[in-house]
Design a protein around this ligand. Structure first.
Ligand code: NAD
Length: 330
């Protein structure tokens, strides 16, 4: 297949590019490098450009044919989306609209979209399946839901078939150590724990230990980056035989509390990691765990990394090798 990966210089997209390349597909990465890195695009062709720039888009599609588009590009910081919703609606909604318009003109009929558990907002039950009401509580989540809704209309009117994958927390790194998570600022728990362990970041803060969970800290679902990416490959196969507009959750199906993640990380790094308990953050539900059984039932996907220690170990290998590399000037 010829695959266009929008946002292929970012955390998830760069791992996807590697997996596609390994599977023998031709890959083109399109990215404006706003939060991604040129050094993370190690396979296939790289085209620098912005989804908000029509000239960049025309150049991207000119002379190239794509069978499938995978769309990872987005701004994805919840707090930033509250402070600057315009940035989010422009980048995530208008940017996606521009991409779909180009696909429509060129009759490209397969689209895989990085949606998010943020579309559910405060869930009605702890374990979340796709039938939960969608009620996002911040602009970021609303942009994801708007795109899902746009995809329904584009399928009905223009025949663009799509799978929206609602990710829970992506975690870990390439098990071969070539890629990893490099968000700046980093808001995700596991890299922040590991940075604290390496003395690279501030002391780790645990936001609230008085939730109604087994140890009082928030429980979340962590899915390894390679499991996320393998689900994309399965989703493309699924679309071949099942045209339409589909939505699936992607998660591990087990929840870990912040304290449990911290303990697992301490085992991986082999030492205690300093932390402090601070006030709850507003808008953090106590428990968010995916029911991803639909993805298993429909396209035979199952997460391979079920041991949280192994997920954290892949991230640790990446983070510690970065620090070692910097120390050696490589
Ligand atoms: N990381 C997670 O845990 C998680 C969870 C749920 C959903 N998601 C979604 O998955 C996708 C990928 O997440 P990530 O963590 O890899 O993010 P990331 O920020 O690392 O990657 C996003 C990439 O898109 C690029 N980009 C952004 N706007 C662009 C534009 N207008 N034109 C061209 N390129 C643009 C960025 O430069 C970056 O390389 C996002 O859509 C995110 O909302 C991520």
């Amino acid at each position: 297949m010829n695959v266009l990966v929008c946002g292929g210089a970012g955390y998830i997209g760069s791992h996807m590019v590697k997996m596609l390349h390994r599977a023998g597909h031709e890959v083109v990465t399109f990215d404006n490098l706003s939060t991604g890195y040129r050094h993370a695009v190690k396979w296939g062709e790289f085209v620098r450009g912005d989804l908000l720039n029509q000239t960049d888009l025309v150049k991207l599609f000119q002379g190239r044919h794509f069978d499938v588009v995978m769309h990872f590009s987005a701004r994805s910081l919840v707090g930033e989306s509250v402070q600057n919703p315009a940035l989010y609606y422009r980048n995530n909604v208008i940017g996606t609209f521009n991409l779909l318009e180009e696909m429509r003109k060129r009759k490209i009929g397969k689209f895989i979209f990085s949606s998010s558990a943020a579309v559910y907002g405060n869930p009605v039950t702890d374990r979340i399946d796709e039938n939960q009401p969608t009620n996002p509580i911040n602009p970021y989540g609303r942009t994801k839901l708007m795109v899902e809704q746009m995809l329904k209309d584009f399928e009905a009117a223009f025949g663009i078939n799509s799978v929206s994958l609602r990710y829970f927390n992506a975690a870990g790194a390439d098990p071969e150590g070539e890629l990893g998570e490099e968000h700046n600022p980093e808001t995700h728990l596991i890299p922040n724990i590991l940075k604290a362990a390496l003395g690279q970041g501030p002391e780790l803060k645990i936001f609230g230990d008085d939730y109604d969970t087994r140890d009082g800290t928030c429980v979340r679902d962590y899915i390894h980056i390679n499991d996320l990416c393998s689900a994309h490959l399965k989703a493309v196969e699924y679309l071949e035989n099942n045209p339409g507009c589909h939505v699936f959750n992607l998660g591990n199906g087990s929840g870990f509390s912040v304290k449990e993640i911290l303990q697992a990380a301490e085992q991986v790094v082999g030492k205690p990691i300093a932390h402090k308990i601070v006030e709850r953050r507003s808008g953090d539900p106590a428990t968010l765990v995916a029911d991803a059984s639909c993805a298993t039932a429909h396209f035979g996907w199952k997460p391979g990394f079920t041991d949280i220690g192994k997920i954290i170990a892949t991230a640790w290998d990446f983070h510690s090798s970065q620090v070692l590399g910097r120390a050696q000037g490589t």
